[in-house]
Design a protein around this ligand. Structure first.
Ligand code: SAM
Length: 379
């Protein structure tokens, strides 16, 4: 595949032999051909027409949301990210639902159902203190409210903290809680707070700012991150800090966009059994990444970041132990966008902090090194 923005997959990517990555993903990371080399000239023509329509739609969306830009930012700077979310904060819920065809509500709920049994078990095992649930890049708090709604249903109380770097987005959390709280949170018996913090530097290893909150190692039972990965600066170091902040056997659930995998291409309802991987790939490379992720949401392509998570390790001096993430589940799928078009490809990674042997740590580091190599080539 050609370079697809910062963090994108490069055709020259390093060797990804690893038992932990399924073959289609390895193939994807290693050498995906440009989409037009996989189809006939007639199909290329039709796909090009489709891409023009999608680009027009994306431009219309940007104009409609008042965030139109001539150029995309391949590597969004902190100020670019900040100005984007400051500008869109008041309309964020509407804008996100519009651009995801309302699927974002499903994503939030699916994360909620994932964390609920874990937190319930946690509470049973350690009843004296409610587990801390940390929602990274919480935005206007929509995801956290949805998670707490499910926790209330399951009768689980936690100490929920939503963090975001952007003050305008955080300012909107009170409206979110006011709008949904009465109906959704009336049965929730835990606590909920929002704080300004940097998801890339939870422990404050890079900076120490008075206006940001930092966290202690091993202080969090569960981390959630929904559409928050593409904004992390130095993602590997960020994941290391996530690992460190989690307590033993703590869990992380990350959901974000992911480049489509040809072997997993989806169908379009009018053509029930037929898939068209080249169309999904073209839509991703030519519309989703440059127009939707980079221009509209000031975001990077997080594909490789997501695959890096299970290979991140830390060594804790005080105990002399290595820790890593044990992958619990990995889901990659293309979801229906407007008119049911299969152009919205997503991934969900669920992992648990676990003690690993020095040999396991070495193997994980080796794979991570290769992923980082691909990240550099892609960037
Ligand atoms: C696409 S929104 C996702 C919001 C939310 N998770 C949801 O499900 O609606 C991305 C959010 O990440 C925030 N963000 C970007 N970089 C961040 C960072 N380094 N630390 C914390 N928040 C960050 C932005 O301010 C924005 O609110």
């Amino acid at each position: 595949m050609n370079q697809v923005g910062n963090g994108g997959v490069s055709g020259k990517a390093a060797d990804f032999e690893s038992e932990a990555l399924p073959a289609p993903i390895v193939a994807l990371l290693q050498n995906q051909r440009p989409w037009w080399q996989t189809v006939s000239p007639a199909e290329t023509f039709v796909i090009r027409l489709g891409i023009i329509v999608l680009r027009l739609l994306a431009t219309w969306l940007q104009l409609r949301l008042g965030v139109w830009r001539r150029k995309s930012s391949m590597v969004p700077s902190r100020s670019f990210v900040d100005s984007t979310y400051t500008r869109i904060a008041r309309r964020y819920a509407y804008a996100h639902a519009l651009t995801t065809n309302g699927r974002d509500a499903w994503w939030r709920r699916e994360v909620a159902w994932e964390v609920a049994p874990f937190l319930k078990r946690r509470l049973r095992e350690r009843p004296t203190s409610p587990p801390v649930l940390l929602d990274l890049c919480t935005g206007t708090g929509l995801s956290l409210v949805e998670v707490l709604r499910i926790l209330a249903l399951e009768n689980v109380s936690v100490k929920a903290i939503g963090i975001d770097i952007n003050e305008a987005m955080l300012g909107e959390t009170k409206n979110t809680v006011a709008a949904y709280g009465r109906d959704w949170l009336s049965d929730y018996s835990g606590t909920l707070e929002f704080a300004r913090a940097d998801a890339s530097d939870l422990l404050g290893r890079r900076t120490r700012r008075a206006d940001l909150q930092y966290f202690e190692p091993c202080s969090v039972a569960c981390i959630t991150s929904i559409c928050g990965t593409g904004g992390l600066t130095e993602p590997i170091e960020s994941f290391r800090q996530h690992l460190e902040v989690l307590d033993d056997e703590g869990m992380i659930v990350v959901l974000d966009m992911h480049c489509p995998i040809p072997d997993l291409a989806s169908t379009w309802p009018p053509f029930h059994r037929q898939t068209w991987p080249a169309f999904e790939q073209a839509a991703w490379e030519e519309v989703t990444v440059p127009d939707v992720l980079q221009k509209l949401w000031a975001w990077c392509d997080p594909t490789l970041f997501l695959h890096a998570i299970p290979f991140v390790t830390i060594f804790v001096d005080s105990s002399g132990h290595h820790y890593g993430f044990r992958l619990l589940s990995r889901q990659i799928r293309t979801e229906p966008w407007w008119f049911g078009l299969p152009v919205m490809s997503m991934a969900r990674i669920v992992a648990q902090k676990t003690r690993i042997t020095p040999d396991e740590a070495r193997l994980k580091k080796e794979t991570l090194r290769r992923i980082q190599g691909a990240l550099r080539e892609g960037g």
